[in-house]
Structure formats: structure tokens, C-alpha cells
Write a protein that binds this ligand. Structure first.
Ligand code: SAM
Length: 259
């Protein structure tokens, strides 16, 4: 029976890939990749492993991206039906996490073909692990809306996310306006951590208060380049005593005003 492998790949440093991922990529009949060229680059960087495991057959790479996922899924299911194995990879990190792949996996599982995850890098977890932020929970938001009004509305809806680290992905050309909206919504004293170009040459992990964040970004034009994960420090839950005092106060008003 054909199997779909969901394979995590590096987020920058091409050596951040597991031995198991390389074995699977070498052995499958087809690799469904978000960008064929990036996949070729990754495979070329690990030629030894590919040559050892795949010296007789030629692994096909087929594109699967946000604009063709429906059709590509159909073709991949046909391959699985004919008993072939397929590996799904995205341009970087874990497929289906702010990347295409979830629809394919849903369709494949609905037809009862085995789906095997092969864990690998993920920018959000990589950033969290090196942030030093402490909270019982984190909330992976991924990409915020591109327009400021909608973005501020979404950020506002996160204001009561207490004891939790919100984690965002952001494109370099939008990071300034995104941080400006965070200042507007959360105020200047909340801390932000920038995790930029993780695992790459210019990797930068910087923590400051939101009130200083725009100046930090603008201080060096290189800081506005590359890929970013933005993490906000957890907001403390309001004091339970304050809540109960408020409740007592509200109750007193209700008792006074209600008939
Ligand atoms: N599937 C990927 C994962 O597992 O993390 C995420 C892909 S998403 C299309 C790309 C976004 O992830 C970037 O805009 C950036 O926010 C974040 N990202 C990816 N690689 C990164 C890196 N090396 N350093 C910092 N952020 C990164």
C-alpha cells in the first residue's frame, strides 16, 4: 500500500535534516515539493545518501504549492493507489505549518492510506527554544493579516491571552508596520523577541520592550532583511482579588439599580 511521508526539512542550514528524512527522501518513488528548485538544492547537498539508496531508480519531484494543491493531491492519490510511496516537503521547515500540505494529508487520510510524519525543523519551535520566554503555554498564530486595520483587530483579540506566549511569522517587508501595530495594541512596556534568520549566517535573537522595538529595527537596515519569528512575552493574568473586587462592585450596582 502506498504511503505518504510528511518530511520536515531545514529552515536555513541545510545540515538540519534528520538521517531518517534523508533515508525516506532517497527511497520514495516521488517527492511532492513546494518549490522544485529548493528541493533539488536540498537533495544535491546530500548526494551521498541519495546515491546510496537510490542508485537504480530516479526519484521524481512534482510541484505541490498553494495554487495547485487540489490537482496535485489528486495525482498523488493516484500514485498511492498504484502502490507508490510519496514524500511531501515544503520550501522550509515542517509541511502544513503556515505552508501547503494540510489538504493533501486530509485527502490521503480520508482514503485510509498511511501518513507517516518524519519530524524536522520548525521556525516557531526553534525560536521559542532559544527565546528564554517562560510560560505554561504558547499560541502559534503564524502570519497576521497583511492590512493594518485587520491586523490590529486580530492582535486585539489576543489581549486576554494570559500566561501564554503568542508566536507570529512575518515577512521582512511588513515587519516594521506589524511591530508598530503591536505597540499600538499592547503598549510600549510589553517585551518582544525577534528571532531572525534562524540557523543562517546572520542569525539574530534580540529581546526588548515594544517601545524600543521600532528604533532597534531601524538602527541597522540589515535588521529589516531576512525571515522573522516574533514572540511576545506572556501577559500576566489580572489579580484574582481585583476581579472579585470588581465583581462585588458590579453586584452592588446591580442590587441598587435593579427593581
Ligand atoms: N513551514 C515552516 C515552518 O515549519 O516553520 C514555515 C514556513 S512559512 C511560509 C515562512 C515563515 O516562517 C517566514 O516568513 C518566517 O516568519 C518563518 N521562518 C522560516 N524560516 C525562518 C528562519 N530561518 N528564521 C526565522 N524565521 C523563519
Amino acid at each position: 500500500k502506498g504511503t505518504l511521508y510528511v518530511v520536515g526539512t531545514p529552515i536555513g542550514n541545510l545540515r538540519d535534516i534528520s538521517l531518517r528524512a534523508l533515508e525516506v527522501l532517497s527511497a520514495v518513488d516521488c517527492i511532492a515539493a513546494e518549490h522544485v528548485q529548493s528541493a533539488q538544492k536540498l537533495l544535491a547537498a546530500h548526494t551521498v545518501h541519495i546515491a546510496v539508496h537510490n542508485n537504480t531508480t530516479h526519484t521524481r519531484i512534482t510541484p505541490l504549492h498553494q495554487h495547485n494543491e487540489g490537482n496535485a493531491a489528486q495525482k498523488i492519490i493516484e500514485l498511492l493507489v498504484s502502490g507508490q510511496s510519496v514524500a511531501l516537503i515544503s520550501d522550509a521547515g515542517t509541511p502544513a505549518i503556515s505552508d501547503p500540505g494540510a489538504f493533501l494529508v486530509q485527502q490521503v487520510r480520508a482514503r485510509n492510506f498511511p501518513v507517516v510524519p518524519i519530524p524536522g525543523a520548525n521556525a516557531a519551535l526553534c525560536a521559542l527554544s532559544a527565546s528564554g520566554l517562560i510560560a505554561p503555554h504558547f499560541f502559534f498564530y503564524g502570519f497576521l493579516p497583511a492590512k493594518s486595520g485587520e491586523r490590529q483587530r486580530k492582535l486585539t483579540s489576543l489581549k486576554t491571552l494570559y500566561a501564554c506566549i503568542p508566536v507570529f511569522y512575518e515577512a521582512p517587508h511588513r515587519v516594521l508596520e506589524c511591530v508598530a501595530d503591536m505597540v499600538a495594541v499592547f503598549g510600549p512596556t510589553r517585551e518582544i523577541t525577534f528571532a531572525r534568520e534562524l540557523t543562517k549566517i546572520f542569525e539574530t535573537i534580540h529581546t526588548c520592550i515594544l517601545g524600543e522595538a521600532l528604533d532597534w529595527l531601524r538602527a541597522d537596515e540589515n535588521r529589516l532583511r531576512g525571515e522573522f519569528v516574533l514572540l511576545l512575552a506572556p501577559e500576566e493574568e489580572p489579580d484574582q482579588e481585583d476581579i472579585s473586587l470588581q465583581a462585588v462592585h458590579t453586584l452592588a450596582i446591580l442590587q441598587r439599580d435593579l427593581p
